[in-house]
Design a protein around this ligand. Structure first.
Ligand code: F6P
Length: 324
């Protein structure tokens, strides 16, 4: 294998640039030519492909976002779109591809590989941490630290004004960000998709807090929680708490940007390097991940069909520590 390509796809995640840098440097050490595919699968379809050089990846390890840009491509969902993408790769004589992204990215890669047999290796890059086959995804650590920073600031003002705050964090289908930031911020309630929603239980915990003369409270809500998000749950419970002014903050896309934490940079560097090694040793249709500090390969099939769920221990701990 002499010519490989790399792209980022789906929602961006801090650390994707560090992964691209690691792919470039590791591949160049092995004498490979690296091509950049811009804007994910859409760029692959449109032939938006250029040589990537070592110089292009200097000064990017600390930058959030992705220098390769990203997109969610509807055209790639069609057979014709995937045929065009294969034609583009062939016109550049690309023999293997490294895809940095999440669930949707690997679903696309698996179908594409079945149809066109071009070797693909995945690198888990998503703030949601919802991929089976790795303990943590690139971007998660940065996202939770960004969110914690925001929640700590809300805590200050909630305390000063005696308010009840509902804070919505990202995670359309996954509660990792909600659980970690809820636990890390000492919030009284954590509402996430992996836990059955119980409005009464939440009201009881908050009331217990009031009995204990608690003057403010924070509740973290994942955007994908069945309560319907922070706005809805705040609307539903606020009449129960006339002593508090109830406020809602949606942290939103702030969580997706910013300079990656050191942990994300190291994870991205390790996984980018592992992806190159896997590709040249003939592996395909697999994602590189880090499990118990060891690099592991997991078939796309499993990454897509199995779930990474928050551990029972952490869920229980959240219940115990949320005294209200
Ligand atoms: O997949 C990461 C993620 O940030 C989710 O947590 C969120 O629901 C979604 O992407 C938002 O996507 P978009 O930026 O396309 O609105």
């Amino acid at each position: 294998m002499k010519r490989i390509a790399v792209f980022t796809s789906g929602g961006d995640a801090p650390g994707m640039n560090a992964a691209v840098r690691s792919v470039m440097r590791s591949a160049s050490k092995l004498g490979l030519h690296v091509f950049r595919i811009n804007r994910g699968y859409q760029g692959m379809i449109e032939g938006d492909i250029q040589r990537l050089e070592n110089l292009d990846v200097k000064n990017i390890i600390h930058r959030g976002g992705t220098i390769l840009k990203t997109a969610r491509s509807n055209d790639f969902r069609t057979k014709e779109g995937r045929q065009q993408a294969a034609d583009s790769l062939m016109s550049f004589d690309i023999e293997g591809v490294i895809a940095i992204g999440g669930n949707g990215t690997f679903t696309g890669a698996k179908i594409f590989h079945e149809e066109h047999h071009i070797p693909f290796i995945g690198v888990p890059g998503t703030i949601d941490n919802d991929l089976y086959g790795t303990d943590f995804t690139i971007g998660f650590d940065t996202a939770i630290n960004t969110a914690i920073d925001a929640i700590d600031k809300i805590r200050d003002t909630a305390d000063s004004h005696n308010r009840l705050f509902f804070i919505e964090v990202m995670g359309r289908h996954s509660g990792f960000i909600g659980l970690y930031t809820g636990l890390g911020s000492g919030s009284s309630g954590i509402l996430i998709p992996e836990k059955a929603h119980d409005t009464e239980a939440l009201i009881n915990v908050l009331k217990k807090g009031i009995k204990r003369k608690k003057l403010f409270s924070l509740v973290v809500v994942a955007e994908g929680d069945e309560s319907g998000g922070a706005m809805k749950i705040a609307e539903r419970v606020k009449k129960e708490f006339p002593q508090y002014e109830t406020k809602v903050t949606i942290i939103g896309h702030l969580q997706r940007g910013g300079s990656p934490t050191c942990m994300d940079r190291i994870l991205a560097s390790r996984l980018g390097h592992a992806a190159v090694k896997a590709l040249i040793s003939g592996e395909t249709n697999k994602m590189v991940g880090q499990i118990n500090n060891k690099i592991k390969l997991t078939p796309f099939e499993d990454c897509i069909s199995k779930e990474n769920r928050p551990s029972k221990d952490l869920l229980e701990l959240a219940e115990i520590l949320a005294l209200g």
